[in-house]
Ligand binder design. Structure first.
Ligand code: GDP
Ligand code: MN
Length: 425
């Protein structure tokens, strides 16, 4: 995933010559204690998790000795924040904070800008949403030359940084701007960066997100999936990403949705497009079924890409059905889906999942041809005793009919479950 934990982001900043506190990450309380002992003196112990507001959540603790650091780390590592486990703490030298500042580089997609933008505020350390707009100073950053020193000086002067410090602040911000570009960041937020008692500027926190589309240019990051996922990647996520990574023709998205592989009522979910995916969820929700995964084959993908997605969707164990949710009048030629589905279902149903409920809703461009391909290509499986006996094919007459699609799937799922029980499976 293209989001770094604080300690990872700080390590990349350090490599770019930007001052960050001395410290290291630890996975156990004992290791945290040793790290604190090596640093000597008071330390900050900070839970490493992809969530803001850690201070408020009580997972940033300032302690004065190694034994205390160990205890603090133990407490933090036992916690979860917003449902996420905390697997590491960052132990670093406690900063002698005189002032806290905010800065972030983001992408300004506004028509007049279309460039990175720097936001700077003297109200650092607070939730930036709660800082009044007039206290946040902004400047667009030239995407080629980066932030110029004079622009940084001007920005900090407007924000009220004393003249004697302007050079120091400008140097700090231009260095960050260079790092933002060099690492192809989407977001680089330092909240707070602090001025210490001796006047130095140091990054006390770091939120670094890499542009997913640029991850391929950065093998040094070791990012295995250039995609935002809710938690740790599963095997399905790796398969899904490999489909997208190796074929740029249209979208072939696939990710895990918390399928537990044991509970009943999960459906292999294969919507076509984002809006369609919402309607498909409506269809499932209305009848109490659940999507095993999320998928999307839109943007005119080729048949081979659709095939790979469908095959992976159907490979999930213990699903009780498959839904091709084409709730759309697509601006893509749907016969690619039809060809892909014929191939996949011919491979999967006879040997692996005979009788699996498969509701195929496919409408849009080339609908008549697509329906023909599906019906012809699957006809011999769809006989009353055939492995495709629970395939049902629908077109535009049901394009908004989520209730009908859900009910068909539910009816078929019940039959399928009863059949399996009768077979003692
Ligand atoms: P966040 O709450 O998730 O944004 O985590 P931060 O790392 O920004 O920590 C929140 C607050 O803790 C900061 O605004 C600082 O006031 C304080 N803080 C964080 N790190 C240190 C540190 O290393 N030394 C000291 N003295 N205070 C820190
Ligand atoms: Mn912060």
């Amino acid at each position: 995933m293209a989001k770094f934990l604080e300690h990872e982001g700080k390590a990349w900043l350090r490599k770019a010559g930007i001052p960050v506190p001395k410290g290291r990450a630890a996975s156990t309380a004992e290791e945290a204690g040793r790290a604190a002992a090596e640093l000597g003196g008071p330390v900050a112990v900070k839970g490493q998790v992809q969530a803001g507001g850690r201070g408020k959540a009580g997972i940033v603790k300032l302690v004065s000795a190694a034994e205390e650091a160990e205890a603090a780390a133990g407490e933090i590592l036992a916690r979860t924040v917003k449902g996420l486990p905390i697997r590491q703490v960052l132990v670093e030298e406690k900063l002698d904070i005189k002032n806290e500042y905010y800065c972030s580089f983001v992408v300004n997609g506004g028509r007049e800008a279309r460039s990175p933008m720097l936001m700077f505020s003297r109200e650092g350390g607070m939730d930036i949403e709660s800082v009044p707009e007039e206290l946040i100073y902004k400047v667009n950053v030239d995407p080629i030359y980066g932030l110029r020193v004079y622009e940084a000086v001007d920005l900090c002067a407007r924000a009220g940084i004393p003249a004697a410090d302007l050079g120091k602040f400008a140097a700090f911000l231009t260095k960050l701007s260079e790092a933002y570009k060099r690492y192809d960041c989407q977001t680089l937020e330092i909240n707070p960066f602090v001025q210490t008692g001796s006047g130095d500027l140091v990054c006390a926190d770091c939120k670094m997100e890499i542009d997913n589309s640029a991850v391929g240019r950065h093998p040094e990051f070791g990012i295995r999936i250039a995609r935002d996922l809710p938690g740790d990647p599963t095997e399905l996520d790796f398969i899904g990403w490999s489909i997208e990574e190796t074929d740029a023709r249209g979208t072939g998205f696939l990710m895990n949705m918390g399928f537990d592989e044991v509970s009943p009522g999960y459906i292999g979910y294969h919507p076509i497009g984002g809006g369609s995916a919402m309607m498909g969820l409506d269809a499932l929700n209305q009848v109490g079924l659940k999507p095993a995964n999320y998928a999307d084959t839109s943007g005119n993908p080729v048949g081979s890409k659709i095939y790979r997605v469908a095959k992976a969707v159907l490979s999930q164990p213990n699903i009780e059905g498959y839904l091709l949710g084409g709730f759309m009048m697509a601006n893509q030629e749907q016969w690619h889906h039809a060809h892909a589905l014929v191939k996949v279902l011919r491979e999967v149903l006879p040997t692996q999942k005979p009788g699996l409920p498969c509701v195929l809703l496919l409408c849009g461009n080339r609908e008549a041809e697509s329906q023909e391909i599906l019906k012809k290509g699957l006809a011999d499986l769809m006989t009353p005793d055939g492995p495709g006996r629970r395939i049902e094919i629908y077109g535009k007459e049901h394009v908004t009919d989520t209730k009908f699609i859900g009910e068909r799937l539910l009816a078929l799922t019940r039959e399928y479950r009863a059949e399996k029980e009768a077979q003692g499976k």
